[in-house]
Each structure stands twice: as C-alpha cells, then as structure tokens.
Write a protein that binds this ligand. Sequence first.
Ligand code: KG4
Ligand code: ZN
Length: 369
Amino acid sequence: MLILGIETSCDETSAAIVEETHSPAVPWAIRSNVVASQAAIHQEWGGVVPELASRQHIRDICGVVARAFADAHATWDDVDAVAVTQGPGLVGSLLVGVAFAKAAAAAAGLPLVAVHHLAGHIESLVLQNGEIPLPAVVLVVSGGHTSLYLVPAPGQYELLSRTRDDAAGEAYDKVAKLLGLGYPGGPIVDRLARSGDDRAVKLPTTRLTHKDRNAPELKGDLDFSFSGLKTAVARYVRERHETIRSAKASAERGSTATASAEHSFTEQDIADICASFQRVVVTALIDRLFDAARRYQAKSIGIAGGVSANSRLRAELAEHGRLREIPTFVPSLALSTDNAAMIAAAGLRKLRAGVTAQLDFNADAALTL
Ligand code: KG4
Ligand code: ZN
C-alpha cells in the first residue's frame, strides 16, 4: 500500500510517498519526501508572512507533488490514498494543501485522510526508528508548538501539557532577532551557543505550579512558559548595551557612540547570551519530559519537531535517558522539520484504523489533538 502525503501548514510545501511495509518493527518506508522551503522568502521579513506563504504554496504544490512521484518512480495508479495536514497552522497555507488533496483524491478516486500536524510530528519518531516502546511520552517542540503528549497505544495521543505563551522555537527566533542574528534563529543560536559560557548570564527559569484557567482539563504543573525568559534576555541586552555605550562615550569624550546592540557586543558576549538562554530552555524541556515519563510510567521518551534538531537538547535527552535507563528517540534532522513523509505515516496509521475524511472536510487553523 502506498500513500501520498501533503503538508502545507506553515512555510514548507511538501509531498511524500510512503509505503506500508507490513513489518511490525518498521511499519513504513519513505519512497520519496520532497520539501520546498520558503525560508529565503520570509528571511527578509524576520518571520513567516502568512500571505506570502499561501501564495508560494500555490506556486509550488503541483511541482512538488510531481517531483515526489518522480523520485518514488510511482504514478497516480500506484497510490492507494491521499493524506493531508488539516491543521493546526496558517489557514491560508493549510487551504492550499487541503484543496489540492481533495481535488486529487476526487479525480483519482482515492480515499482521503485528514491528519493533525502534531500527530505527524509524533509519527516521525516511528518513521525514523520503527515502533517505539509504549506508553511513550513525546514532546513536540517547534516554532509554533511546545506540547507534551502521552502515547498509550499506536495512533492514540493524549495531551499532557503545553506552553502557556511562546513556543520554544519562537523564543529562539525572537532571541536571535533581538541579537541581530537572522531567521530562523534556532540553528544560529544553537551554533553560537557552543562557544559560549552557559552560566555567564543569569536568566530566570519558570516552573508553573498552578492550573491554567483556559485548560482546566490539564494538570498545569507540566506546562511550559518561555515569554518571561525572552523578556529577560531582552532586558539584559538593553542594559548591557547601555553600559557598553556609556563606557565608550566616556572613553571617546566628544564623539557619540551610536552602535546598535548587536554591534556593541563582542562575539563572546553573543555566544554567552546564546549559551545561557539555551541552557534554560533545554533544562525546562528535559525536566518536564522526564517528570512526565516518571509520572506516567513511560517505557520510552521522544522529542520531535523543528527544535528537536537542537544539539544540546539531543545530547541531554540521550544522557538523561542513559542515566535513567529509559530508551529515547528523535527523528533524523530531515524528519524533524516540517515534511510530508510524517503526514503520510500518520495518515497510514489512520487509514489502517478505518478513519477517512469526506470531501467536505475543512482546514482548521486551531485543530486540537
Ligand atoms: O517544526 P518546524 O520546522 O516548523 C514549525 O512547525 O514551527 O520548526 C521550526 C522551528 C523554528 O523556530 C527554528 O528556529 C527551530 O525550529 N529550530 C531550532 C533548531 N533548528 C530549528 N531551534 C533550536 N535549535 C535548532 N538547532
Ligand atoms: Zn511542525
């Protein structure tokens, strides 16, 4: 059985062909996975511009799907179903994939499967590693999400906690922006942090103990919060900048020092800020993840989504897993960011369970899982 997967929830247009293998350990094989990234388009705006994203998806979708078929040496006659991301995401972007998938499924007479984007991220772990020991706790951490799930059985996802404000990736992107480092910020901060002192800058850690009034069904004490951290970095940068500027001004009396924050810092200053920020983020993610694993007696732990590419997060996950004797899983770097192979995999899971969508289903920007 072959399935075509389509993903257009944010700024990547992706199509993939994934095969069901019937091997219990490794249920799916990627035949192709084409990703057209719009990063270069959004870079100059410092973040994703929704209107530009949906227009670019329209330009790219047909070519990306054609390429996915070519790479897989497959034709429409070979595929058995179409899976597409229904949400959450940017509604204009989602609509392009959903409209394409509906048209293609109707024209080719194929069943349609509507997939939750985060179910796709969770299944990227299985796509990469084969079936993982269950129950598992899985953290999906990206530019839009920081959500912790319990996976009690294949294809079942129970939300345990999520961020109350910014997603971890969003915090990386905002800190990179205020340091003038470019977009997306995560990989840049990750790289610069390697040469920094992670204790150089004192930054607050947030540990929530109270329930979230907006989500009374969640316990609340496993929730995340990153906006205070981002504000603390911003304040530190501003204060350091003031100190450097007044020192410069008194040294060069008469001349006016007007350098911007990023220009008045040394490379070591920037590396120290990146390392200190990264230590706090990674510690928060790892602490909550292993707390949840203990609380729910998980047999494995996974991290998926764009931020799972982070080198410190990967290293600490492996290290803590080894110390606490629990297997840990991450996707490959290619499967950690948005891609259609993970959507196809989650689609196969749903198709196997007999869950398909009707042609009148709609994209849902705030779809819950
Ligand atoms: O999953 P993804 O491709 O898209 C979303 O659904 O958001 O994740 C993108 C996010 C961005 O915020 C980016 O800065 C972050 O993942 N990211 C990283 C790293 N690589 C990507 N964050 C920290 N360290 C990295 N190495
Ligand atoms: Zn994503």
